[in-house]
Every structure is written in C-alpha cells, then in structure tokens.
Design a protein around this ligand. Structure first.
Ligand code: KIV
Ligand code: ZN
Length: 566
C-alpha cells in the first residue's frame, strides 16, 4: 500500500496561548459515571439481557459508582424493561443516580420519561451530533439547524421533567462528535441549551463533551476542554464531563489531561469495553490515580470479581496484560526484573511508601499476591529461580549454586520453549543435585576431634555392601576429602560449601551444598539431612559419585583397589 499523504489531514491545534492545564496535577478524583450498561452494551456482539445488566449494575454499585448510565430505553426494549425493573423493584440505592440516554427527538424523549416514571432521581442524557462531518454529510444541516435540534431537545426534556416534580432531575447534554466540532460552535450550542435549562437558577446540568472518535493527541483534547471551560456561560453552575473513546489508544490519557484542564466528571467503562477500540477504561484511570496517592473513590480491591463479572456479562476476555487487571501484570519474567523486585520486597517494611522496582502498585491492593510476581522462562535469571525455590520449598541456595542451577533451568526452558512452573524447578533441582546414588548413601559417621584436627570415620553404600573411609582434616569435610583423595588416588579440592538450616514445612532440618574440583573437573551436589554434618558429608559423597559416573573405568578400578568393605 503506497502512502498517500493527501488522504489523511492533520488535526489543527487549538489556537490558545493561556494554557494552564500542563502545570496542573490531579489531586482529587473526578465524579465517575459508568456507561457499561449503555455505551459498552451497544458495542457488544451479543448485547446484555436484563439478568446480565442487573449483575453488572450491582457490581458497579458495589464498586462505588454514584452515577450509572443504564441504557437507551427509547431505543431498546431490554433497556426499557431493565429501567422499569430497577425502579419498580426499588433496586437503586438512595445515593445512586441512574442515567439514561436519548436522542434529541420528541418521541424518544417522551418514551424515555415513561421508562423513568416513579424514579427517585435520574439523569436524562440528551444528545445530538454537532461536528462538521456530521452536519454536512449526515444531517445536511447548517449550524443553526443543528443548534435548533439541541435547543428543542432541551425544551422537551425540561417540559417532561416539569410534569414529574416528584423525581429529582438532572439534565445532561452531549454535543456528540464534540472533538470534530468547531469550539466556538460547541460553546454556542451549549450556551443555547443553558438558556433553556438555566443552571444558574438551580437546575443541575451536566455537559458531557465526547471524543466520540479520538482524533488527535490528548493535549489537543485538553486544550479543547480548557477552552470550553473558559468560554461557556454559567461555568460555575455546571458540571463538565468528558467521555473519551480509545481510537488512538489514548482514551485514558485524554481523560486525565481533560481533568487537569478542568473537567469535573469522567464517563467510561470497566476494562474499556465500547464501540470500536472502546471507551475510556475506568479501572485504568482510577488505578492510575490510586498509584499517585489520590483516592479514586472507587473500591477496586476485588479485581478478580470485577474481571469475572465483566467477562461474564460482555463475553469479552480480559487481556492478560490489561493494566492493573490482567493475569500477567504482576508477573516478571526477565531475570533482572525478578532480581530487583525481590530485593525491593525484602527491604520493604509494611508501612513504608511503595517504592518497588517494576511494580507500580502493591499487588495485594487488588487482591493479588506476591507469589504471582515471579514466573520463570528462558529469560529468567538466577534471582527468579532462587526466589521460587525459597518461596515454594523453603530452599535457599548459595549464590554460586544459584548461578549454576539457573543455567540448568534455562536449558530446560529453552528446550520446552515456554514457562517453567515451580514444581518443575524443584524436580530439576532434585534430579540434578539432591539425588543420592544408593552406592554412595551415607550410613553413618564418627568424628573424633583432637589437637591435630578431626579424625573422621565414614560409612556409606548399600546395606549389604557398606564401605568405610577414614581420614584426617581440619573439619569433617576436609577429613572425608582427604580420605577420598587417599583412597581413590585423586586430587580433590573443596571449592565451596554451604549449609542452611531449613524452615518449617520440610522433612529435613538442613541443606548442604558443595562444589568440588576433582582431577580437574567440577562437580556440585546438595543433600538434605537431619543435621548439617550429615548433609555436608552426603553432599560430598554425591559429588564424588558424579565424578565416578562421569569416569566409570578409572573410578571402578580405584574403588576396587582402595575401599575396604566388610
Ligand atoms: O461517544 C459518544 O459520543 C457517545 C455519546 C452519545 C455521549 O456515546
Ligand atoms: Zn460513546
């Protein structure tokens, strides 16, 4: 496809000199309005039925939404029925406003009020499209014609409300396709609607400015919002709302900058379901605020329940990398990330501010667990592997063994090509280091310490064919190493050994790890035992057994010649 530079026209920046929003910081959450049951629902392959709507409505109430757009009752019978059900069954909490959408057409407005009959309080949301594209190509109307649709709609909304004084009414108007509307014209329409509704005289009015299609960078949207706030009548008596869509992938960013630019209220959907690329994602924006120390005034701590209900009602799976909600978002595969997370978590005290590398928020705040943080694949390093063994099996490895074992795990991951779970890591560790060859199994030892050091007598092997070694050294390991050198006529150096007492939940009390150099070859082994000395002696025998396995002919001869058996 050849790029045709005439096909797409760049969005013109807003002519504005007194931008204030870039210096602002959001310190208070906006008023939220969830439009899952209307805008989100309209975008579903299979729109929700009454039962699904009720389930999602109850979730939204539970999360703390005080304004919930429940449908477009004049356009959809299930939406009408759902609205009636909520009202007739008294299912709307006293502090929650339901909101319903209608086009600015007399018969639709009338039907909308029928749906709302008997409500304690409600927001009637009326809209018509105002952009140049819609004016010229869809409606074939000039500015005046479009403004008249809005004004007539506003009059009819007001008249119906006046007939039902028992309900506490809020009026909302959206100049649909606002981002494609000349700003002076948008302000003209809003002012004309205000002249009907008179927010200055006590009528609660919301002007909802939609990025029906996201057409420009979020800073342009912020400019548009600040411009409108500066130029419309009765600003102080109005609630300015924004309703962004995500066509350029910046729906959340645009809403955030809009709040910096003066918006009081934000409409969106959980997880961002909505037409085309979706609506502004309420979960992401609320959690962005939360992660900056701003109370979102929503309770999103049960994220698993949120994703379950949204998935069941929308039949759309949550992307595993969805901000804050995805299955993989508190998971680090990269070794250096795992290492850094582990170090930060180890240093952190419970009431410290959250400064953990690679984790913008504490997973526990969303009902997730640290255990989910580290998962292993071929990109993982020693830190992650060691973390998993420690976390799930209480096994701490010395650094030298972490490095060595992570290569074993990496090889396995490269062969399998995917993630390695913690059981496999443990199995690999057992097979590679802990396995005891019965011919080299420690049976017993006797240590005698005198002025020259330790005299060790060690018995190992099969019950029916036990072997005995005897040697001297500064400690038990050196004494057994000397006995092996002597017996097998090999040169043996212990390069590293470490012993650990084990935590609860393990059968053994101690883990010993050893690395030896024997006739120029390195061998490492580990052993679980009741006490550290048994562990270290067994680890040494297992390491020697590896050398024997690797060099069967020499070893068999030496063993036959050197080891006494009875
Ligand atoms: O995206 C939009 O413009 C809308 C309006 C009806 C508010 O959903
Ligand atoms: Zn929308």
């Amino acid at each position: 496809m050849a790029f045709d530079h005439r096909k797409y026209v760049a969005f013109k920046p807003v002519a504005k000199t007194n931008r204030r929003w870039p210096d602002r910081v959001i310190t208070r959450a906006p008023n939220w309005c969830a439009v899952d049951l209307r805008d989100g629902n309209q975008a579903l392959v299979k729109p929700m039925g009454v039962a699904q709507k009720q389930r999602l409505f109850e979730l939204l109430v539970k999360l703390g939404f005080k304004e919930i757009e429940i449908g477009f009752p004049a356009a959809s019978q299930p939406d009408f029925d759902f609205c009636r059900k909520l009202i007739e069954e008294n299912r709307i909490p006293a502090d929650v406003h339901i909101q319903v959408l209608t086009q600015a057409r007399p018969e639709l407005i009338e039907r909308t009020y029928e749906a709302l009959e008997g409500a304690q309080r409600a927001i009637v949301h009326v809209y018509n499209s105002t952009s140049t594209v819609q004016r010229e190509q869809v409606f074939g109307l000039d500015r005046e014609g479009i403004r008249d649709i809005a004004v007539n709609g506003a009059r009819i909304v007001k008249a119906h409300a006046a007939k039902r004084p028992a309900t506490e009414w809020t009026f909302q108007y959206s100049p649909e396709s606002f981002t494609g509307t000349e700003l002076d014209f948008a302000a003209e329409v809003l002012d004309a609607v205000s002249d009907v509704w008179r927010p200055d005289q006590g009528q609660r009015v919301i002007y909802n400015l939609p990025a029906t299609v996201e057409m420009a960078t979020p800073n342009v949207f912020a400019d548009q919002i600040e411009w409108i706030c500066d130029h419309i009548k009765y600003r102080d008596h109005l609630s300015i709302s924004v309703h962004t869509h995500n066509d350029r992938g910046c729906g959340v960013a645009a809403a955030e900058l809009a709040v910096m630019a003066g918006a009081d209220r934000v409409e969106g959907t959980l997880m961002g379901n909505g037409e085309r690329t979706g609506n502004m994602d309420l979960v992401t924006m609320a959690m962005n605020l939360y992660s900056q120390g701003v109370d979102p005034r929503l309770n999103l701590s049960g994220m698993a329940e949120i994703t379950d209900v949204v998935e069941a009602c929308t039949e759309i799976a949550t992307h595993p990398r969805h901000p804050y909600a995805g299955e993989l978002v508190f998971t680090a595969f990269s070794g250096s990330h795992q290492d850094a997370i582990r170090k930060c978590l180890a240093l952190r005290e419970d009431n410290d501010p959250w400064h953990v590398a690679y984790l913008p928020i504490d997973p526990r705040d969303l009902g997730r667990r640290y255990e989910e943080v580290v998962r292993i694949n071929s990109q993982s390093g020693k830190g992650g592997v060691a973390y998993v063994l420690e976390r799930d099996y209480n096994i701490s490895l010395p650094r030298w063994l972490q490095i060595e074992f992570s290569k074993v795990v990496q090889r396995e991951a490269e062969t399998g090509g995917g993630e390695i779970d913690s059981r496999t890591i443990h199995r690999l560790f057992e097979e590679r280091y802990l396995k005891v060859n019965p011919s080299w199994a420690l049976k017993g030892y006797d240590l005698h310490r005198d002025a020259d050091g330790v005299h060790a007598k060690v018995t190992f092997g099969l019950d029916e064919e036990p072997y005995h070694l005897e040697g001297r050294g500064l400690g038990a390991v050196e004494a057994l190493a000397a006995a092996i050198e002597d017996t097998f006529k090999v040169s043996l150096a212990v390069e590293a050994y470490d012993e650990f007492a084990l935590g609860e939940g393990t059968n053994a009390n101690a883990l010993a790890c050893i690395r030896i150099l024997i006739d120029g070859q390195h061998f490492s082994a580990a052993a679980l035992a009741e006490d550290t000395t048994s562990g270290t002696l067994q680890a040494l025998l297992s390491a020697v057994a590896q050398q024997v396995d690797a060099n069967p002919v020499t070893a068999a001869t030496s063993r036959a010649d050197g080891i006494s058996s009875h």
